[in-house]
Design a binder for this molecule. Structure first.
Ligand code: PLP
Length: 466
């Protein structure tokens, strides 16, 4: 080993050891660290140097200044957004994959890696109930998965001339990445029709049907419906069978945004809550949300792989030598990226070691904890449940039957969540449901305990009632 590389190896060993020790003690760390002004000032003053600097100095800057300020979404008391459930196994897979740096876009460059990602895609397609001929691609996240699927929907269902008249339906609870993706692929806000949800935050399919029929009468061209299995706010699952019937009747594409909830397919107890997902044309599914992966691990699946090929395949002359054959379908034919990392390998490593049953238990644990939290909140005076536990998410608020105005209630809930987060004990965010600010807990971390939940709720209660 040459001296320079030996030094790199030494620091990587040091980092590995520190990381494992850090994770061993994670529950005692503040979820959101305090970031001192001096640290921010130091980082703001950094520039790209003309001449290289000492590796040890740069390494220490990473540890002390750059990483020390990061909120720990993988902390067992991170309940905000969609917390990270990352396993150290995924991190190990990440480290190993990045070290080898496979160009995972075509068979020729990394045949075994290509094979592994295809096995995973096939396995996920079969969990979703997709038929022969289905397929997909690992992408960086749910946003890109949604964009990729909706591009295929557009190209399958619309001619170029029909695009200005096209309409796509989402619910009032659909994730914002869907509208973002639709804008990127050329649709305006006017072409995205938002359907209200029922009391369980599920798309109102009577309204959907009425809207589709009205739009057809008005000379528009409905082409797609985006359903969700596990909305970000409440974990609600849209009525998939009814949406599929409407899509069939009017020749529309049915996309399911399962970025958050599709992992529930792994659970023997909760998988059936996603029944009907098998009827969709495409599905987004983030392994970096509920399948213990570090970020950048998601799949887009389609029931007919050719539809992705039709949208994305290109055969430039400089890639001809890399194609296994002129007819071969490579990963670069299935999505927007050419060069891509082997995002599936860390998932492979994790699944090989844990097994899919264990992953199912992770889902069950998250769902059980949300139900436990709901029951505990129900015993607290002055609190009300706004959305009951569903796929690991529960929403509630402090709303005492006093003369408090709505504004005051919103402020109290918001401030309590912010104060708790600031304390470092847990990270909790509010969201808005039924016109109210509500406190949202997403309880999916596999190492979160019932005590973490009761202590978090007790602290919120104290803050609300102070
Ligand atoms: C339902 C849903 N869809 C899409 C996304 C976007 O996924 P990503 O952040 O991986 O791009 C999220 C993120 O939380 C989500 O909850």
């Amino acid at each position: 080993m040459n001296e320079k590389n030996a030094h790199i190896a030494e620091l990587i060993r040091d980092f590995t050891e520190k990381t494992v020790i850090f994770y061993d003690d994670l529950e005692n760390m503040p979820v959101v660290p305090h970031v001192g002004k001096d640290t921010l000032d130091r980082v703001s003053a950094m520039t790209v140097p003309e001449k290289g600097r000492e590796l040890d100095t740069v390494y220490r800057e990473f540890l002390n200044d750059i990483f020390s300020s990061v909120s720990l979404s993988q902390h067992p008391r991170s309940f905000s957004c969609v917390p990270s459930t990352m396993s150290l196994l995924s991190w190990m897979g990440d480290v190993m994959t990045n070290a080898v740096n496979p160009h995972a876009s075509c068979k020729l460059n990394a045949p075994t890696v290509d094979r592994i990602e295809k096995i995973l895609i096939k396995w996920m397609c079969s969990l979703a109930g997709y038929p022969q001929g289905s397929g997909g691609l690992f992408v960086s996240g749910g946003s890109i998965a949604n964009l990729t699927a909706l591009t295929a929907a557009r190209d399958t269902k619309l001619t170029f001339e029909e695009r200005p008249k096209a309409v796509v339906y989402v619910s009032a609870q659909t994730h914002s990445s869907v509208a973002k993706g639709l804008h990127i692929i050329g649709f305006s806000n006017d072409q995205i029709h938002i359907i209200n949800t029922d009391r369980s935050f599920r798309m109102d399919t009577s309204e959907l049907l009425r809207e589709v029929e009205k739009d057809i009468k008005d000379g528009k061209k409905p082409f797609a419906v985006v359903a969700s299995t596990g909305t970000t706010n409440t974990g609600s699952v849209d009525p998939l069978y009814e949406i599929s019937d409407i899509c069939h009747k009017y020749n529309m594409w049915m996309h399911v945004d399962g970025a958050y909830g599709a992992s529930a397919l792994l659970s023997k107890t909760h998988g059936s809550e996603l029944a009907g997902i098998e009827l969709s044309d495409s599905l987004s599914w983030d392994a970096h949300k509920w399948m213990c992966q570090t970020y950048g691990c998601s799949v887009v699946l389609v029931r007919n792989r050719t539809q992705l090929v039709n949208s994305f395949a290109a055969h430039p002359e400089y890639l001809k030598d890399a194609e296994a054959s002129p007819e071969a379908v490579e990963f670069w034919d299935l999505g927007p990226e050419l060069t891509r990392p082997a995002r599936g390998l860390k998932l492979w490593l994790t699944l090989q070691v844990l097994g899919s049953d264990e992953m199912g238990h992770v889902i069950d644990h998250g769902c059980d904890l949300a139900s436990f939290a709901e029951k505990y909140i129900c015993q607290k005076e002055g609190f009300e449940i706004i959305s009951p536990a569903k796929l690991g998410i529960v929403n509630f608020r402090y709303a005492p039957t006093s003369t408090l105005s709505e504004e005051a209630r919103d402020r109290i809930n918001h401030e309590a969540a912010a104060e708790l987060t600031k304390s470092g004990y847990a990270q909790v965010f509010t969201t808005e449901l039924c016109g109210h600010k509500v406190i949202r807990l997403c309880t999916i971390h596999p190492e979160t305990t019932e005590k973490d939940i009761t202590e978090t709720i007790d602290r919120l209660e104290l803050l609300c009632k102070r």
